[in-house]
Design a protein around this ligand. Structure first.
Ligand code: PEP
Ligand code: MG
Length: 580
């Protein structure tokens, strides 16, 4: 709903990451693709050529600056940036673009068509090294197009900016975090899409599914993001703005006070021990998580490292990255999930196109198709496991065969490690239970896994056949659906039978009401975003384990998610009645 054209108007969306942010909008428009309508030339050939040369200079200068910094931090990143520089300044590519401009098209059209031609050539190559360059090429095309439009490499995101975009990639979110971006408004995206999860991990207020975000908000508008209520207020009046700025101040005070919050083992009110760990995307988040009371790291999304580098990192870069995470965790155990690539995650720059990537070469399937990537990652994890308590976890297992094949590769890595170093550290191997097939065959899988971690985001997506990234069906996706609860229950029984721990690292663990269900179902621990640790710790302390178990019997017999919600409401009411 919008009141007036540019003054104080409200937009509604889905609350994806709680909290409030107030700042200036940076609207990020998507770059053109080959089949989109490209703009006509703005002037004659000389003017268009000059526009292209300027854009080229802007991108090359920026790359040079970043590459200097990267040389000290990461050899892999630095070599990628060198490749980007080579592409942007390549004399043959430049003269081909200038030649196209001379034929009367705009700089945009010349860039898009020439880069697409190069792309097709690379994809047709039999050499995988060349095919791998496609991703770099796409990235540079995007940067040149942005530079043409704005005169800068990317929109001016900085401390306090509110980024408004159709969807934000994990790669951009990682750099936004370093820049201090304070809020997101996205046109697309569901509550459990990875963009939303990363926003929660960084504690950045976010509203997704704001359909008219790209037209109703203009660059430089003053914007309030209310990620708790799912509201965006554009150009607020003075009273509204001061009210929200006050909420921001209170929010900051609360965060500062949490920093010195409670730590140590967590128990329910009747003494059941529940482990409380944190989900992590980048090393910087680990000390924060430990300060906020995490007993360990229950999930490191290692694919985020690929997102930062835009490439599969070398073994040395991996060892450095994992080492930083372990150092931040002090003596606490860290669970590294091997790369979960594909679907809405990280762009692998793959040479194939999948019509249905969520059901395609994702997670363990991708790694088994490219076992060298898995091998290098396991070798890097074995390196850090020598000095820290480290666990390894496999994503998206759906068959026993996948688990056995992965184990075989990991065993070979162990042998290789022993040959090189004379011994091999302990590296417990667990699996994510996030497909219905894995939950339904959890008893078979439990014989070959040291632990289970239930990924309720994907388990819900695949059980209800509903895309977690698609805002149009966000009312269907519901982890409280009895079908999901029954799969969790089967998983817990199988784990108990095998005597292995079973935890939950999906977003359900922090969902209001769901914690009692999970404890009642018998999970031994949860892993949540850092900024949810405090609240989840407090709520675990209020759960009565035996009452939660009794409630779960009723919940499992429900026919719909609505009936489960009603069951939780009654349970909550009687618990509060009991306390009064
Ligand atoms: C999950 O699916 O619940 C999970 C934790 O993994 P991700 O969100 O990274 O897919
Ligand atoms: Mg998952």
């Amino acid at each position: 709903m919008s009141d007036t054209a540019s003054l104080h108007h409200h937009l509604r969306g889905t609350a994806a990451s709680a909290g409030v942010a107030v700042g200036r909008a940076v609207v990020v428009h998507p770059a053109w693709s080959e089949d989109a309508e490209l703009p006509p030339p703005r002037g004659g050939v000389d003017i268009e050529t000059e526009r292209f040369r300027n854009a080229q200079r802007v991108v090359a200068d920026e790359l040079e600056g970043v590459a200097d910094r990267a040389r000290e931090e990461s050899p892999t990143l630095s070599s990628i940036l060198d490749t980007h520089q080579m592409i942007v300044t390549d004399p043959v590519l430049s003269s081909d673009i200038v030649e196209r401009i001379a034929s009367g098209v705009s700089s945009e059209a010349a860039i898009v068509h020439e880069f697409e031609r190069q792309r097709r050539t690379l994809l047709a190559s039999t050499n995988s090294m060349f095919r791998d360059r496609v991703h770099d090429l796409d990235h540079m095309k995007h940067q040149l197009l942005v530079a043409l439009r704005t005169g800068a490499v990317a929109p001016r995101r900085d401390g306090g900016s509110i980024v408004v975009a159709e969807i934000v990639s994990p790669h951009d979110m990682l750099s936004d975090h370093q820049l201090g971006v304070s809020g997101y408004v996205m046109k697309f995206g569901g509550i459990d899409a990875h963009a939303s999860i990363i926003a929660r991990d960084f504690g950045i207020p976010t509203v997704v599914g704001v359909h008219d975000a790209m037209t109703a908000i203009r660059d430089g508008d003053m914007v309030i993001v209310d990620g708790t209520q799912g509201i965006v207020i554009c150009n607020p009046d003075d009273a509204t703005r001061s009210r929200y700025e006050e909420i921001c101040r209170q929010q900051q005070l609360l965060r500062d006070s949490l920093d010195s919050g409670s730590t140590g083992p967590v128990h329910t009110v009747d003494g059941c021990r529940i482990t409380l760990e944190a989900n992590i995307d980048v090393p910087d988040q680990v000390p924060v998580a430990v300060r906020l009371g995490a007993e360990g790291v229950g999930l490191v999304r290692t694919e985020m490292m690929i997102s930062s580098l835009n490439a599969i990192p070398s073994t040395d870069d991996q060892i450095a990255w994992y080492g930083r995470i372990c150092q931040g965790a002090n003596t606490n155990a860290v669970t590294f999930r091997v790369f979960d690539l594909g679907s809405d995650k990280v762009d692998t720059g793959a040479s194939y196109v999948e019509d249905n990537p969520a059901l395609g070469l994702r997670g363990i399937r991708f790694l088994l198709a490219q076992p060298e990537i898995l091998r290098e990652q396991i070798m890097a994890l074995l390196h850090v496991a020598g000095n820290h308590s480290v666990r390894c976890m496999l994503p998206m297992i759906s068959t026993l065969d996948e688990l056995l094949k992965a184990r075989e590769i990991i065993d070979e890595c162990r042998q290789d490690f022993i040959r090189r170093h004379g011994n091999c550290p302990d590296l417990p191997l667990g699996i994510m239970i996030e497909t219905p097939a894995a939950a339904l065959s959890a008893d078979a899988l439990s014989a070959y896994a040291d632990f289970f971690s239930i990924g309720t985001n994907d388990l819900t997506q695949y059980t209800l056949a509903v895309d977690r990234t698609n805002g149009l069906v966000s009312d269907v996706i519901d982890s409280l659906h009895p079908a999901v609860l029954r799969l969790i229950s089967m998983t817990v029984s199988a784990a108990r039978g095998a005597g292995i721990p079973v935890t939950v690292c999906g977003e359900m663990a922090a969902q209001a009401g769901a914690l009692d269900l999970l404890v009642g179902l018998g999970v031994s621990g949860v892993s949540v975003s850092s900024f949810q640790l405090h609240d989840v710790r407090r709520r675990i302390g209020q759960v009565n384990c035996s009452e939660a178990r009794a409630m779960v019997h009723t919940a499992l017999a429900c026919r719909t998610a609505a009936e489960v919600v009603e069951c939780l409401r009654q349970y909550d009411e009687s618990a509060r009645g009991g306390m009064a």
